[in-house]
Design a protein around this ligand. Structure first.
Ligand SMILES: *Cc1c(COP(=O)(O)O)cnc(C)c1O
Length: 437
C-alpha cells in the first residue's frame, strides 16, 4: 500500500504527540505526512452498505422481476414500497423513484409546469447537474451569487429579479441547508414555484423540518456519493398531485400505469398528453435502497458526529473560515468545506493532499471542477473562463478561496483526528510559507 517505514529511525526520537506537531515540516516540503493510508471515499469503496442490503438486492435479482411495472400490485413491488416508505420518512403525499438525481430535478421542473424557455434561478455554486437539469427541462439557468457561507444569496436574487424567471431552484450544496425559508417566502411573493435540489442533504433538517419538503418538490439522488447509495438513481417528493402526476407520466408510466400511483382516486391527467422519457427506477436498485433506508438514521448520526467533531475542533483556527450553518445543526455533514480568505487555497489543498487528506480547491485553475460555474461552458457559448467568472464576481472570488474535503460516513474518529491535525499543521505554517517571495 505504501513504501513508508512506519517505525521512526532509532537515532531520532519521535516528538511526544501533542496533537499539533507544528515543528514537523509539511509533507509538501518532504516532512512525514499526517497519514499514509488512503482517505476513505466512495470511489475507493468506502461505502455504508451492510450484508442485509446486499441480501435484499440479491433477492430482487433472483426474483427475475426487474421492471417496476409488472403483474404485481404497486404495493407488492420494491419501487412501490420504496415510494411508500419515502412518503412516511419525509411526511409527503407523494414520492417517485427515478433513474438519477438530475432526472428528479428535471421532472420536478417539468411537473411544476415551468414553461420551456423560461429562466430558472439557481445558485452559482452547485454541482453541474443542477444547471444541466434546468437545460433538460427546456429552460435556461439564471445564476445567482452565493454568500460568504456559499449559500444562494437572496439579496442578489431580489436585486437582479427579472420577469422571465419562472422558478427558483435552491441547492443545499455540500449538505448545508440554504436559507430555504426566506427563499420560499420570496418565491411565493414572486408567484413562482420553488424546487429544492436536496441531493447533497438527504435526511438533513432545518428547524425540525426535512430538507426537500420546503417547496413544490424536493429532488434527491441515490448515486454512490450520496446518503443512500445504489450506484445510480434518485427520487422526488411532493405534496402537489398535479406535479406528481406529470412527473410520473413523463418518467415513463404508460398505458394506465400512472393510475397505480393514485390508489385512492383517479390521476388528474390521462398520461397521453406528455412525452415519455423513460427515467424510471428498477426493482434491483429499489430493493437495495429499501434495505439501506432502514439504517439511514445510523448513517446520518455518523455524518453528524464526524462533522460536529471536525468543525468544533477547527472553527476558531486563524487563517480559515469554516462554513456557518443557517441554523444550528442544519447540515448533513458529508463534506468539510472551508475558505482560506486572502490566502492561497490551491496551495492549502495541495498541502492537505500531501498530508494524506483528499482535498480540492474548488476554484483552482488547474482543476476542471464542475462545481465551479466557469466550467459550465455549455451555458456561455463556450466563452473564455475569465469572461464567465466576471458574470458572478463574488462567487468566483469565494470559490477561489474554498477547500473541499469529502467526509464519508465511514470515517472513524481516528480519521477525523487526522483531518484536524492536517488542517492545523497546514494552517500553522501557511503564513510563513506564503510570506516567502
Ligand atoms: C450529485 C448531485 C446531483 C446529481 O445527481 P445524479 O444522481 O448524479 O444525477 C445534483 N445536484 C447536486 C447538488 C449533486 O451533488
Amino acid at each position: 500500500m505504501n513504501g513508508n517505514d512506519e517505525a521512526p529511525a532509532p537515532s531520532r526520537p519521535r516528538p511526544v504527540s501533542r496533537g499539533v506537531e507544528l515543528e514537523e515540516p509539511l509533507a509538501l516540503h518532504g516532512g512525514r505526512p499526517v497519514r499514509d493510508t488512503p482517505w476513505p471515499t466512495y470511489d475507493k469503496g468506502a461505502v455504508f452498505v451492510h450484508a442485509e442490503d446486499e441480501d435484499a438486492a440479491i433477492r430482487a435479482i433472483r426474483s427475475h422481476l426487474y421492471f417496476r411495472y409488472d403483474h404485481r400490485a404497486q404495493k407488492e413491488t420494491e419501487c412501490g414500497r420504496f415510494e411508500d416508505e419515502l412518503c412516511r420518512y419525509f411526511g409527503t403525499r407523494h414520492a417517485l423513484a427515478v433513474s438519477s438525481g438530475t432526472a428528479a430535478l428535471a421532472l420536478a421542473l417539468m411537473g411544476a409546469g415551468v414553461p420551456p424557455g423560461s429562466l430558472v434561478a439557481c445558485p452559482g455554486f452547485t454541482f453541474v447537474a443542477t444547471p444541466s437539469a434546468i437545460v433538460l427541462a427546456g429552460c435556461r439557468p439564471f445564476l445567482v451569487e452565493v454568500d460568504d457561507d456559499l449559500r444562494m444569496d437572496l439579496d442578489d436574487l431580489r436585486r437582479r429579479w427579472r420577469p422571465e424567471i419562472r422558478a427558483v431552484l435552491v441547492v443545499h450544496m455540500r449538505g448545508f441547508a440554504a436559507d430555504v425559508e426566506a427563499l420560499s417566502a420570496f418565491a411565493a411573493e414572486m408567484g413562482v414555484p420553488l424546487i429544492e435540489d436536496a441531493v447533497p442533504a438527504l435526511g438533513a433538517e432545518l428547524n425540525g423540518r426535512k430538507l426537500g419538503t420546503f417547496g413544490a418538490a424536493g429532488a434527491f439522488s441515490t448515486q454512490s456519493d450520496k446518503a443512500l447509495n445504489c450506484g445510480e438513481g434518485g427520487f422526488l417528493v411532493t405534496d402537489d398531485s398535479m406535479l406528481f402526476a406529470r412527473a410520473v407520466a413523463l418518467s415513463g408510466a404508460y398505458e394506465g400505469r400512472l393510475r397505480r400511483h393514485f390508489p385512492h382516486g383517479e390521476p388528474p391527467l390521462s398520461g397521453l398528453d406528455l412525452p415519455l422519457l423513460s427515467l424510471r427506477m428498477d426493482e434491483i436498485r429499489a430493493a437495495l435502497l429499501r434495505a439501506e433506508l432502514t439504517r439511514l438514521p445510523q448513517r446520518l448520526a455518523l455524518f453528524h458526529r464526524n462533522y460536529a467533531h471536525v468543525s468544533a475542533a477547527l472553527a476558531g483556527l486563524p487563517g480559515i473560515a469554516v462554513r456557518r450553518p443557517v441554523a444550528p445543526g442544519a447540515y448533513l455533514g458529508e463534506a468539510f468545506v472551508f475558505r482560506v480568505p486572502g490566502g492561497d487555497a490551491g496551495w492549502f489543498a495541495r498541502a492537505l493532499c500531501a498530508e494524506g487528506i483528499d482535498a480540492r480547491n474548488i476554484g483552482a485553475d488547474d482543476d476542471l471542477n464542475v462545481r465551479a460555474f466557469w466550467n459550465w461552458r455549455f451555458l456561455y457559448d463556450h466563452a473564455e473562463p475569465g469572461r464567465i467568472r466576471a458574470t458572478l464576481p463574488r462567487t468566483a472570488r469565494l470559490l477561489a478561496e474554498t477547500v473541499d474535503v469529502p467526509l464519508s460516513s465511514n470515517l472513524t474518529p481516528g480519521d477525523c483526528d487526522d483531518l484536524i491535525r492536517a488542517v492545523r499543521k497546514v494552517a500553522g505554517v501557511r503564513d510563513t510559507a506564503l510570506a516567502r517571495p
